[in-house]
Design a binder for this molecule. Structure first.
Ligand code: XBP
Ligand code: MG
Length: 233
């Protein structure tokens, strides 16, 4: 029986990548006097790697190998990422990024029927809270699992195992909402059924393992009654 809904954040609750994370990365680069500029199309490729720090490292390896990295590369990336997180919070504080259609309604309906809500994301916790605070009260979520809380980020299933453990629920009692192939992989490997809401960055990815693929959660795509009828086991 369905007990919990587990949501990814970036791309699923809101379109945070294009107008949030990408801009914040560029602002942090500029402040650090780096001439790097992640265009929308390059960013689309960089999304192949989840996690902001991991994405910067991947960019250096794949797109900017001539860059003279400082001797302590981990520290350099961590500082850059901290600055990016601050810019990202500033962007969200300006009310830059609304929730995707239907997200709030679904969560409110689920809660009103006693269904638990949780989050499993690759993003850093401050980023998640900055998005939730003006839109969905963080205390609505039984578990918010974010960022470096597990060593291996999506597409590894670790973050989903972590959430299941914290919830004390079996995979067959939960339904996941994701927007990307990586996220779907992570959830599927943890034995979870997943509904995918695609966005511009992910619409051509392979979602054959999803139980349902939608453009968004707004009317008339997913009335709660349909979702409740989905067989979990
Ligand atoms: C989210 C991500 C993150 C964000 C950046 O993926 O890939 O890397 O782009 O977040 P998902 P941080 O939606 O699958 O969780 O900079 O906070 O790491
Ligand atoms: Mg996502």
């Amino acid at each position: 029986k369905l007990q919990a809904l587990i949501f990814d954040v970036d791309g699923t609750l809101a379109e945070t990548e294009r107008y949030g994370h990408r801009l914040a990365f560029n602002q942090a680069f500029s402040q650090a006097k780096l001439s790097w500029d992640w265009s929308e199309s390059i960013y689309g490729e960089l999304l192949a790697v989840a996690g902001g720090k991991e994405r910067i490292r991947y960019y250096l390896q794949q797109y900017n190998p001539e860059f003279q990295s400082p001797s302590d590369l981990d520290q350099f990336i961590a500082q850059l990422h901290l600055s990016k997180t601050q810019y990202y919070r500033d962007l969200l504080g300006q009310g830059a990024i609304p929730l995707r259609p239907g997200v709030k309604r679904l969560i409110e309906e689920a809660r009103s029927q006693g269904i638990i809500i949780a989050i499993a994301t690759t993003s850093a916790l401050p980023n998640v809270l900055a998005l939730l605070e003006p839109t969905l009260p963080p205390h609505w979520f039984e578990v918010i699992a974010a960022g470096d809380i597990v060593a291996a980020k999506k597409p590894a299933p670790d973050i989903y195992y972590y959430v299941l453990d914290k919830l004390g629920l079996a995979a067959g009692e939960c339904l996941v909402f994701e927007d990307s192939y990586h996220g779907l992989q992570a959830a599927t490997k943890a034995g979870l059924k997943t509904i995918v809401t695609v966005n511009d960055y992910t619409k051509d990815q392979d979602f054959s393992e999803a139980i349902l693929v939608l453009d968004h959660l707004g009317e008339p795509d997913l009335p709660f009654t349909i979702m409740k009828g989905i067989e979990l086991n």
